[in-house]
Design a protein around this ligand. Structure first.
Ligand code: FES
Ligand code: FES
Length: 174
């Protein structure tokens, strides 16, 4: 039975339009079918069970759900899942390894860059995006870039210090 552009079949019943998606998530290929209106946050948390990415405002305001798509931080609550087709996604579960924490994670721990920790995955993914784009950001760049990530615990100063230290550490390592 065909689906008309309004998303109903010929019997007038509402249907779900699906898209095939092949992507890489944290370096592992993933293929599956997603509903056309499904957001990436739901795909990650509910279907793939990568629950490190957090749900909060669900309106692209707080940054809790930030992940990287092709190296760019995006709000996964407002990003359609089918748009990851052919692209690469990194979530907080893809940062660091069994061998050790990522320098950003180490710096967050050292500087107490988290209190309750709810915003932390999003903060780290945004900061990863910043350091990919600008490995030695100025304080002003850090402030401006991170302004889309809200921390209800008010850890802003420690978060900025952590990003600066991680940036310095990667410069020293060359
Ligand atoms: S939950 Fe996505 S930006 Fe707040
Ligand atoms: S550490 Fe609690 S919201 Fe940021």
């Amino acid at each position: 039975m065909g689906i008309n552009p309004s998303g109903h079949n010929e019997a007038g019943t509402e249907t779900v339009q699906l898209r095939d998606v092949t992507t890489t998530i944290n370096g592992v290929e993933w293929s599956g079918r997603v509903a056309i209106e499904e957001v990436l946050l739901d795909l990650l948390r509910t279907r793939i069970r990568l629950t490190g990415t957090k749900r909060s405002c669900e309106s692209a305001v707080c940054g809790a759900c930030t992940v990287l798509v092709d190296g760019q931080p995006i709000s996964s609550c407002a990003f359609l899942a089918f748009e990851i087709d052919g692209r690469s996604v990194v979530t907080i579960e893809g940062v660091g390894s069994d061998a050790g924490l990522d320098p950003l994670q180490e710096a967050f721990v050292r500087n107490l860059g988290a209190q309750c920790g709810y915003c932390t995955p999003g903060q780290i993914m945004s900061a990863k995006g910043l350091l990919l784009r600008s490995p030695t950001p100025t304080d002003e760049e850090i402030r401006e870039w991170m302004s889309g990530n809200i921390c209800r615990c008010g850890c802003y100063s420690a978060i900025a210090t952590s990003i600066r230290e991680a940036s310095d550490a990667s410069t020293e390592r060359g």
